[in-house]
Design a protein around this ligand. Structure first.
Ligand code: ATP
Length: 338
């Protein structure tokens, strides 16, 4: 049986790194955290990294890549990794990379993402190509906006133009039907080794100021001219009605099957479908993340769902390490790298 001590698990110290590194240590791996200068303290204090490499900025990753290759490090990508490096640079990574690099392009490009999700037979909010066609509530999403910052709502063409001018932002953006319902982020894990799809956990986001507007009266909202914004500040754990689990499982499976049509090797490892559920229990999926999401962070100690299946606290970070460990032991590491 191949020896896991030859490998190290490594990630950028942000986003879901604490969970990834802790999970790797729990599965018996040594770990490396790549930290931005000044942020090392928290990773030292939680004792999750056997080695810390400090960079002035994450974009300098390629300056230290040689060291990672020598260390036989396996990089675990996450949301910050994708947004700091971008999918093109990620494709040029030489160190071992967990998950399929090519899928990142499909989650990062709105057109490709839509094509993929529609192919998977998911229900998506309508997109308005022309603002003059706005005939109900819409959400304006700027490309590359991180964490919902700067998004706004409009109800007709006039409001759209007013608010675009008000925002002073001329960047490319999508005009998407605003679905009135509750947000649900489903965290999946798909292992190519076992061909098994697991629902790991669920969250919803804690956003400023969307999650605080209800704390003041409608009159005060109008008097102070508050505009809704969605700056993410944290994540709130959820469980869903048990009767929703079969459909959610099927949706995840469809996404995996359809990914194989677009990208060699398809999607594997952790991913997340981000949806709004309306009062008729219809799901509107507005985004896919094809890597671990920060919404799994409330479950470092496992979730109600992972507790059903595992005898140990199984976070998504730990599940990744378990996948890698199994791959090493079965001499199938290629199946989890990409
Ligand atoms: P990313 O996950 O790429 O960082 P983001 O955080 O920039 O994306 P989204 O997650 O797409 O932004 O959306 C921000 C907020 O807007 C979330 O609260 C989400 O629930 C809400 N939202 C997004 N799209 C819709 C929609 N079509 N209808 C209703 N609410 C939506």
């Amino acid at each position: 049986m191949a020896d896991i001590s030859k490998y190290k698990i490594c990630t950028l110290a942000s986003h879901s790194a604490l969970q990834i590194l802790k999970g790797a240590k729990d599965e018996g791996f040594e770990t490396i955290a790549i930290c931005q200068k000044g942020r090392e303290g928290i990773y030292e204090s939680y004792n999750v990294a056997d080695k810390i490499i400090t960079l002035d900025k994450f974009e300098d990753y390629f300056k230290i890549e040689e060291e990672l290759v020598k260390d036989n490090a396996i990089i675990i990508p996450h949301g910050s990794f994708v947004s700091y490096l971008g999918h093109e640079k990620i494709e040029s990574i030489k160190a071992m990379h967990y998950g399929n690099k090519k899928i990142i392009e499909w989650e990062s490009d709105r057109e490709k993402e839509r094509k993929w999700l529609l192919d998977a037979k998911l229900n998506l909010p309508k997109i308005y190509k022309d603002p003059e066609e706005i005939d109900g509530p819409v959400i304006i999403k700027f490309h590359g906006a991180q964490g919902g910052k700067g998004y706004f709502i409009a109800n007709n063409p006039q409001e759209y133009h007013e608010r675009i001018n008000e925002s002073g932002n001329n960047d490319e953006h999508a005009i998407q039907e605003y679905i009135v319902g509750v947000p649900l982020y489903t965290h999946y894990f798909y292992s190519r080794l076992t061909d098994e799809l697991e629902i790991m956990s669920f969250d919803k986001r804690y956003e400023s100021n969307a999650d605080s507007i209800g704390r003041i009266s409608a009159k005060d909202q109008l008097d102070t001219n508050i505009r809704t914004s969605y700056t993410i500040t944290g994540n709130i754990p959820l469980v869903v009605r048990e009767s929703l689990l079969p459909i959610l499982h099927e949706m995840g499976r469809n996404v995996i099957e359809s990914s194989k049509k677009f990208v060699d090797g398809g999607l594997f490892g952790p991913f997340c479908l981000e949806a709004i559920i309306d009062p008729n229990l219809q799901f509107f999926v507005f985004e896919i993340s094809a890597r671990i999401v920060a919404g799994t962070n409330p479950f470092i100690n496992g979730s109600p769902y992972t507790w059903l299946k595992y005898d140990v606290p199984m976070s998504t970070g730990r599940r990744i390490a378990l996948d890698i460990k199994q791959a090493i032991q079965e001499d199938k590491l290629d199946m989890v790298l990409g």
